[in-house]
Write a protein that binds this ligand. Structure first.
Ligand code: AKG
Length: 206
């Protein structure tokens, strides 16, 4: 919680969102080292089969806004690296400029291992994968992405853990949208900084 309100993070967030900011959520996204190479897993018949990249945890192409259901303002995500994050251990990758094209259709991911909580993905034919750029970070560095930016990350095929603390912020003017198919509750929100004149979330000042 101290990190989510760290002045060096909030300084940048306030420069983008303005002075009044809600902390929407924070969570670790951790991809552990790949178990190597003679390592095997058992299938249902208790026969061993090799673990392949296709079965390792990854993050499918998606836009955060699709999941959060927020209107009235942007969602910003800070990706704070707790470990060095590089190509080999499953660095975050983004499609530059994709936040300008609105919301893309999402569906249930078919490939197993998607770490996203509702297993969503943008069909790959809708993603300009050839335009993807990786966002390598040293531990302690952070990147920030807009809630409409199309992003993903590959499996960690290295021997090094890749853990990030993802912190989501919205301006106080933003509000949760009603989605009968996916009702959301925002019990854990807090005022990160400034003043909340709107009370759109069950936020409390700490
Ligand atoms: O940690 C990752 O690989 C993906 C992070 C992500 O999807 C996000 O920060 O919204």
């Amino acid at each position: 919680m101290n990190l989510t309100k760290h002045p060096r993070i909030l300084q940048v967030i306030q420069a983008i969102l303005g002075p009044d900011v809600i902390l929407l959520d924070s969570r670790f996204i951790c991809k552990y080292p790949t178990v190597k190479p003679a390592d095997v897993q058992e299938n249902e018949d208790h026969q061993s089969k090799p673990v392949t990249d296709k079965e390792l945890p990854y993050v499918a192409w998606h836009q955060d806004m699709r999941y959060w259901g927020i209107a009235g303002g942007p969602v910003l995500s800070v990706w704070l690296a707790l470990d060095d994050s590089q190509k080999e251990n499953g660095v975050l990758q983004v499609i530059p400029g994709s936040h300008g094209s609105g919301m893309l259709p999402h569906r249930q991911a078919t490939r197993p291992g998607n770490l996203l909580s509702v297993n969503q993905e943008i069909p790959e034919e809708l993603v300009q994968v050839d335009k993807a750029v990786i966002c390598p970070l040293k531990a302690g560095q952070m990147s920030i992405h807009d809630g409409l930016l199309v992003h993903a990350s590959d499996a960690n095929t290295s021997q090094r853990r890749r853990c990030g603390l993802v912190i989501r912020y919205v301006p106080t003017c933003a509000y949760p949208t009603e989605d009968p198919d996916r009702p959301r509750k925002f019990h854990a929100t807090q005022l990160a900084c400034g003043v909340d004149q709107f009370h759109h979330f069950s936020s409390k000042s700490t």
